[in-house]
Design a protein around this ligand. Structure first.
Ligand SMILES: [Ca+2]
Ligand SMILES: [Ca+2]
Length: 318
C-alpha cells in the first residue's frame, strides 16, 4: 500500500506486538519532562505495510514564549500525531511526529523526524525543487467563511498556502510559501524575510532531527482573520525524505473523515485535507494513531526518542 514498501525487509511480526514498550512511563510533570515524547503502541493483527491516516490534528495554545531553536523544550507535545508510510516496519526509520501550536502571532510547527540521513536534501535552494529530498510540506486553508474547495474560485475570505520548509545541501534554510489552491496566487521564496523562522537540530544518535517553524498568521490567513480558541483551519502534511542514494520517499497525512485520500495529488485536492482545531487548552489527551485500515492505537507520553534518548525497554516486545 505504501510507496515505501520496497524498502521493507523485516520479517513478519508477531501477531501481538508493541511498537514501543516502556516500563516507566513518565509522570505528567510537564515542565520537568524535557524533552518529552509520545509513544504509540501497536497492539494489532499481523498486517504490515500500513500507512497512517490521521483524521485531523489539534493545534495547542503555546504554553509560553516559543524559541525557534530546533528544541522541543518549549512545546506542549500532547497534541502530536504520528505519520508513517509503513507503521509496522518503518516506524523507527522513516516517520515523523508532527505537532502544532498557536498564539496570537504565529502558527508553530514541530516535526520530529526519524531519518538516518538527517537533513540531506541534495538540492540547492537557489533553484532546485524542495521536495526532492528531506523537506516538510504543510498546506493550509485558513478561512473566515465556509471555504470553497475542490477547484472552486477562492474568495478573499480564504487563503490557501503551501509551505515547503527545508535546508539545502549547503545548509541554507528555506521556508517557501506558495499561495492558492491552484498555486496561482503568488509566492514568497523565503518567508523568513517576512517574519517566519525555522531551526533544525540533529539528534545525537544521527538517526533523526527536529525541525521547528514559526509562521506568522498574517502570512497564512485572509485579511481580518485572527486565531480564536475553538477555531478551525484546513491542513495536510507531506513529509519528504531523501535517502543516501537520493531516493525520494514522500508521506501524506491529515485527512478528512469519510473520504478516500488521494495520496498522489494530495497537494491539488483540498477537499480531502483534514481539519486542524485551535484547542482552547493544552495538555490534551493524546490522539490515537489511526492507520489507513482504520485500526487505531493509543498514544501515551513517554521518553524522548527525538534526541536519541532511547529507553532500554524500547523496541518490539510481546
Ligand atoms: Ca523551541
Ligand atoms: Ca534524509
Amino acid at each position: 500500500m505504501g510507496r515505501i514498501s520496497k524498502a521493507r525487509s523485516n520479517p513478519p511480526l508477531a501477531r501481538t506486538m508493541t511498537l514501543m514498550k516502556f516500563k516507566n512511563l513518565l509522570p505528567m510533570k510537564w515542565k520537568n519532562l524535557l524533552p518529552i515524547s509520545l509513544v504509540a503502541s501497536l497492539l494489532g493483527g499481523p498486517v504490515w505495510g500500513t500507512e497512517t491516516e490521521n483524521l485531523g490534528i489539534r493545534s495547542l495554545p503555546a504554553p509560553g514564549k516559543v524559541t525557534v531553536d530546533g528544541k522541543a523544550d518549549d512545546w506542549d507535545l500532547s497534541g502530536g500525531i504520528f505519520v508513517c508510510g509503513d507503521a509496522e516496519n518503518l516506524r523507527d526509520q522513516l516517520a515523523v511526529w508532527l505537532h502544532l501550536m498557536y498564539d496570537s502571532e504565529n502558527l508553530y510547527i514541530l516535526a520530529r523526524w526519524s531519518d538516518d540521513t538527517p537533513m540531506n536534501n541534495p538540492g540547492d535552494a537557489g533553484g532546485d525543487q524542495s521536495f526532492a529530498g528531506d523537506c516538510l510540506q504543510f498546506r493550509t486553508v485558513v478561512f473566515k467563511e465556509d471555504p470553497k474547495l475542490g477547484g472552486q474560485t477562492e474568495p478573499a475570505t480564504q487563503r490557501t498556502t503551501h509551505i515547503s520548509a527545508w535546508q539545502d545541501r549547503h545548509g541554507v534554510g528555506v521556508v517557501e510559501l506558495q499561495y492558492g489552491a491552484r498555486f496561482d496566487q503568488g509566492a514568497m521564496k523565503d518567508a523568513r524575510a517576512a517574519g517566519a523562522a525555522q531551526a533544525f537540530f540533529k539528534n545525537e544518535d544521527g538517526k533523526g532531527y527536529v525541525q521547528e517553524l514559526a509562521i506568522p498568521w498574517k502570512l497564512l490567513a485572509p485579511e481580518g482573520w485572527t486565531p480564536q480558541a475553538g477555531g478551525k483551519f484546513i491542513c495536510t502534511v507531506e513529509p519528504n525524505f531523501g535517502t543516501d542514494t537520493k531516493f525520494r520517499i514522500t508521506l501524506k497525512d491529515i485527512f478528512r473523515p469519510g473520504v478516500t485520500p488521494d495520496r498522489v495529488f494530495t497537494f491539488a485536492n483540498n477537499p480531502i485535507w483534514g481539519i486542524a482545531t485551535l484547542a482552547p487548552k493544552g495538555k490534551v489527551e493524546p490522539q490515537s494513531t489511526r492507520l489507513a485500515d482504520a485500526r487505531e492505537f493509543p498514544v501515551r507520553l513517554g521518553c524522548d526518542l527525538a534526541h536519541g534518548n532511547r529507553p532500554a525497554s524500547g523496541g518490539l516486545g510481546g
